[in-house]
Design a protein around this ligand. Structure first.
Ligand code: PLP
Length: 430
């Protein structure tokens, strides 16, 4: 490992060998400006950069670190497993154990297939839905992100929205014509799409709590409405639980909202910070996957032993400690109330959307319920706020379009420090 004097010199060096110096776009700080901090290590709720600064972390590696960084049982399990070889490309008992554990945690799963990222999980889910229904089109929502597969790069949220990319070069017209878009929380728009494309729509894919246009909650009846429409139209309902899985509840958003999806995708928490994704569903649907059926999907490193043991260890902890979800929710509500207080005292309009340990803040005077309302937020003020907080040792996602992920390693003292830093930051920038 190299030690750098500063993030600045590390960033300059990185840009000579890596596009924009980063391996995923939002890390480059393009939206907020300035130099990304280069990290050296993390423990619990704290990050340490190469410059020697410490930060309270609200990114949590974009989700996986629900119990904090370098969680000891996970680190120990990975270290032990590594000595037995890092990959076989052949079955292991551990893969069955994690599959059984997930089936015991999440409703309505008979079969689950492991992949290496959320992107792979979602593209495989669409392929499966198409193979199962014999239809080509699918509906996604404006501002929802399902990974970087071609078919999803139409009105995608996350980095695509952050960088304001209107049309992604390289996505063919044929591909984007099969991707139908509706505004989030708009059932009428979904009904219209089914009317305009009779018997052509294989599936609806949705983030049951959206986190890629900032955190946006489903309106009451929205998810139920999608379920009903899918049943009426013989289409599949895909819940993209890459963010919400094992985070909204041990059974994900499906448990929290009591809605049954036909296919569920996972990522983030499922791998405890190692590269893992998965897609799952009832036997009737999943039996179309090769080699049971002809829908082809494969992966050299899928079910990798290090990734599986990391995920298994974290999921088991979550399964055995339902109180962690209550604790996480209480911390998130405490932070939300603190934010509303300091913004309120200063008469700064703000929207805070929160559901369990997912939340985000918008410099916006109207409720944020979809991409259009999210996009009306004041990005310039957010950038200033972001840097004022970073300077004070608070690490937020570098875009208003990204959700914050709280970890249970956060203490109330950390939250008080964060709220105070927010008050000082507002006083500095306004
Ligand atoms: C992060 C994310 C993905 C993509 O997962 P990767 O592991 O980054 O490929 C897909 N869907 C949702 C909802 C996500 O938040």
């Amino acid at each position: 490992m190299y030690t750098y004097e500063s993030s600045k010199s590390a960033f300059e060096r990185a840009q000579k060998s890596i596009p924009a110096g980063v391996n995923s776009p939002v890390r480059a700080f393009k939206n907020v400006g300035g130099t990304p901090i280069f990290l050296e290590k993390a423990k619990g709720a704290y990050l340490y950069d190469v410059d020697g600064n410490k930060y309270i972390d609200f990114v949590g590696s974009w989700g996986p670190m629900i119990l904090g960084h370098a969680y000891e049982p996970v680190i120990e399990a990975v270290q032990k497993k590594a000595a037995f070889s890092t990959s076989f490309g052949a079955p292991t008992v551990l893969e069955t154990e994690i599959a059984e554990l997930i089936k015991s945690m999440v409703p309505d799963i008979d079969l689950i297939r492991m992949v290496n990222s959320g992107t792979e999980a979602c593209m495989s889910a669409i392929l499966l839905a198409r193979g199962y229904t014999g239809r080509n089109k699918f509906i996604k929502f404006d501002g929802c992100y399902h990974g970087h597969a071609d078919m999803f790069l139409v009105n995608a949220g996350s980095g695509v929205a952050t960088l304001n990319i209107q049309q992604v070069p390289g996505v063919t017209a044929g591909t984007s014509n099969d991707t139908l878009i509706a505004p989030y929380n708009d059932l009428e728009a979904v009904r219209q799409l089914f009317k305009q494309n009779p018997n052509e729509i294989a599936a609806i894919i949705v983030e049951p709590v959206a986190g890629n246009m900032g955190c946006v909650l489903p309106k009451e009846g929205f998810l139920e409405g999608l379920r009903k429409i899918c049943d009426e139209e013989n289409a599949l309902l895909i819940f993209d639980e890459v963010m919400t899985g094992f985070r909204q509840a041990k059974g994900g958003a499906q448990e929290r909202y009591l809605i049954r999806a036909d296919i569920t995708t996972f990522g983030k928490v499922i791998g405890a910070g190692l590269p893992v994704g998965a897609f799952a569903g009832r036997h009737e649907i999943m039996s179309h996957i090769a080699p049971l059926g002809n829908v082809y999907q494969a992966g050299t490193l899928s079910g990798n032993p290090l990734a599986m043991v990391a995920g298994y260890t974290l999921l088991k902890e979550l399964n055995e400690h339902p109180e962690y979800y209550e604790q996480l929710n209480e911390k998130a509500v405490y932070l939300k109330e603190g934010i509303l207080r300091v913004f309120g005292e200063r008469n700064v309009p703000v929207q805070v959307n929160q559901k369990q340990s997912m939340m985000s803040l918008f410099f916006n005077s109207e409720p944020v319920v979809d991409f259009a309302t999210s996009a009306k937020s004041d990005q310039t003020t957010f950038s200033k706020f972001f840097h004022a907080l970073l300077k004070r040792g608070i690490y937020l996602p570098a875009s208003q379009y990204e959700c914050w992920f709280l970890s249970n390693a956060l203490t109330y003292e950390d939250l008080d420090k964060t709220i105070l830093a927010m008050a000082e930051s507002l006083d500095e920038i306004l």
